[in-house]
Design a protein around this ligand. Structure first.
Ligand code: MN
Length: 494
């Protein structure tokens, strides 16, 4: 089994994602997580970029992580000096090697670039830096020129080589041939792929098969344009589909790492993203859900638990009887065959109208079919919010609980937090209901959009989902919370 090292560049190439700019603290939190999942090299940024960037790299170095900490540097003395100032372990020293970049971008000749690169490698080596010499736009460069620079670099002390597919134009076949050209080097080499054609992960794996012992990647595949090769996809593919390679990465931490990076960068994931997308382990179709209940491997190539995740069954128009029965059993709802059919038909009808069914909806449908009269324990009578600039967001609510009024207020980080906090406090005498998940979507585009709040609540061992759709985000959140809370209290009594 060949050990493959991971150089994560979420904090450098990933931060170059349009619209992403991380604070020092955010960079530290991501670096900390990367070190904990056992990334081998963290490219912490480019020290020359700004004072803030320099401070962030310095702070990351000071943490004394296990991972090697690298700074990006051009073949420019100021860049390397800035990296040295941060006391990093290594530099990712990047040389543009394609004629297009040399002539059009740098306005130089191959010879200039060659000499400048070797001079800077020597400078780095003299100052005790580990050097990864990297060919920018390598995949559009003359292979003889690349070999010339790489061999000369190795002669003066380069520790690792990297070839970048800067504009993502390789295919897996070309990547394999391209990286095979480096097999006569006496130092290890890295693959660095971009995702312009959605091939970054496939190309990276082809490069590994061609002999690379390290790959560059970012969490969630974030990066310029269509992004970089995604850490989680490569790691899990190597782990599951390629038996000859292994990495140090803690796979069960990949999902929460993805969540952290998505939250801090504000780059949200498409739901069908491999490995870490919200739908990666969700089943709605009746046939699939039935298969997964009998034996998960029927429609799941990886067990979600391995990634620290759980499978989800979504109720909508594709639901099957088996999936429905499973959920009814989970919710402790007793039914006979006819009642089950009736519930099933109602869900299909709502599904055809485009509605997804939460647990609270399902229980309401079941109550209707089973002719159970429900009386709401808690109703909202008044809600008022104070929020603004230099004001602590405060909510006061009047709830009617078991026929008597409860008046309570709370503060929070924002109006929703304050409102949920107040409601929670108001009902705390009856039950301690925890909010375990909160998800909000604006259904239409404008500020007058309908807001869809879906949340999960927990009471003792029971977790249920509830939803509310309204134009006001605070009302929607409180209504969803109360409908879930009413259900949980009802279920506890049963
Ligand atoms: Mn790149």
């Amino acid at each position: 089994m060949k050990k493959i090292n991971v150089l994560d560049t979420t904090l450098r190439d990933g931060e170059q994602t349009p619209g992403v700019s991380l604070t020092l603290n955010e960079k530290l939190r991501i670096a900390d997580k990367l070190d904990r999942i056992r990334v081998n090299v963290i490219e912490a940024g480019s020290a020359i970029t700004s004072n803030g960037e320099k401070e962030a790299i310095k702070s990351i170095v000071k943490e004394g992580y296990n991972a090697e900490i690298a700074s990006f540097a051009r073949i420019v003395k100021d860049d390397v000096d800035a990296a040295l100032d941060c006391d990093v372990d290594s530099v990712h020293l990047v040389v543009p090697t394609s004629d297009l970049h040399i002539k059009e971008k740098l306005k130089k000749t191959r010879n200039d670039v060659f000499n400048q690169a070797i001079t800077m490698v020597e400078y780095c080596v003299d100052h005790g830096l580990i050097v990864e010499l990297s060919a920018e736009d390598g995949s559009r460069s003359d292979i003889e020129f690349l070999k010339k620079i790489f061999h000369a670099g190795v002669d003066v002390g380069v520790n690792r080589i990297c070839l970048c597919d800067t504009v993502g134009i390789l295919t897996p076949e070309k990547a394999y041939d391209f990286y095979s050209n480096l097999s006569d080097l006496t130092v290890p080499f890295s693959v660095h792929c971009h995702n312009d054609f959605g091939l970054a992960v496939a190309n990276t794996i082809a490069g590994i098969r061609a002999g690379a012992s390290q790959f560059h990647c970012t969490v969630n595949g974030i990066g310029e344009r269509a992004g970089n090769a995604s850490l989680e996809e490569i790691v899990v593919s190597l782990n599951t589909l390629y038996n000859d390679y292994s990495t140090d990465i803690q796979i069960d931490q990949l999902y929460n790492t993805s969540k952290l990076v998505s939250r801090l960068t504000g780059v949200y994931l498409q739901p069908n993203k491999a490995i870490v997308g919200e739908n990666a382990f969700a089943h709605e179709s009746g046939i699939h859900a039935d298969g997964v209940i009998k034996n998960a491997s029927t429609y799941e190539p990886i067990m979600p638990e391995i990634l620290g995740r759980k499978r989800k069954f979504i109720m909508g128009k594709h639901i099957g009887v088996k999936g429905l029965k499973q959920r009814l059993d989970d919710l402790n709802i007793k039914y006979n065959k006819n009642q089950c059919n009736e519930i099933f038909n109602k869900i299909k009808y709502l599904g055809d109208l485009g509605k997804l069914i939460t647990d609270v909806d399902l229980q309401a449908i079941a109550d209707e079919v089973l002719e159970i009269e429900e009386e709401k324990k808690i109703t909202l009578k008044e809600l008022s919010i104070v929020s603004g600039n230099k004001v602590i967001p405060t909510a006061s609510v009047k709830l009617e609980i078991n026929k008597s009024d409860v008046l309570i207020a709370d503060v929070g980080v924002g109006p929703v937090d304050a409102a949920i906090g107040a409601v929670k406090k108001g009902i705390s005498e009856f039950a301690n209901i925890d909010l375990v998940e909160y998800h909000v979507d604006a259904i239409t585009g404008g500020t007058d959009a309908l807001i869809d709040v879906i949340l999960k609540l927990k009471l003792d061992d029971e977790i249920i989902s509830a939803r509310s759709t309204q134009p006001d985000i605070i009302n929607a959140s409180v209504e969803a919370y109360l409908s879930g809370a009413n259900r949980l209290l009802e279920n506890r009594e049963k």
